[in-house]
Design a protein around this ligand. Structure first.
Ligand code: S3P
Length: 161
């Protein structure tokens, strides 16, 4: 089971609840990248650039999908990579849909997302415009998270399985 969606859609929080409910574990590619590189994501963006981050991300996704049969949460931009989208095609993939106010409320709680560091509302809208077709392309299930708690979203995913 793979979770995709934009920053602020609750992938990590929902993923943890869902994994517990399913009696399995959560693997989060952002965490894998940071552990592998020994650096925080904003530092990778600043020091090496986004293209380098995307290459690390594609490799981390490939490793997570082949080495873990629990819940895998992907960074919001992972679907930009065509190879990743091909890997996701046969898998159960849940797109967590979220509207801007909820997403901004969540990402506003921390500033660890380099792409949203300045003008987060405008940036988030632009990201979504570019990525919505990609999330829809890879998703086998779409969950509208509007007004739902992480527990309710996890339950909606279980119900949809
Ligand atoms: C990114 C989303 C982040 C992280 C990186 C880039 C993006 O993950 O991978 O900052 O391009 O949307 P979350 O979706 O968990 O915030």
């Amino acid at each position: 089971m793979v979770l995709v969606g934009p920053p602020g859609s609750g992938k990590s929080t929902v993923g943890a609840v869902l994994a517990e409910r399913l009696g399995t574990t959560l693997r989060d590619t952002d965490t894998d990248i940071e552990q592998g590189a020994g650096r925080a994501i904003p530092d990778i963006f600043v020091e090496d650039g986004e293209a380098h981050f995307r290459a690390l991300e594609a490799a981390a996704v490939r490793a997570a999908l082949s080495g873990h049969d629990g819940v895998v949460s992907l960074g919001g931009g992972a679907v930009l990579d065509a190879g990743t989208r091909a890997l996701l095609a046969p898998l159960p993939v849940v797109f967590l849909q979220v509207a801007l106010p909820d997403a901004i409320r969540r990402v506003g709680l921390d500033s660890a997302r380099p792409l949203l560091a300045v003008n987060p509302r405008q940036q988030w809208r632009a990201l979504m415009e570019a990525r919505l077709p990609l999330y829809e392309e890879v998703a086998s299930t779409v969950i509208d998270t509007e007004g739902l708690t992480p527990e309710e979203v996890a339950q909606a995913i279980v119900d949809a399985m």
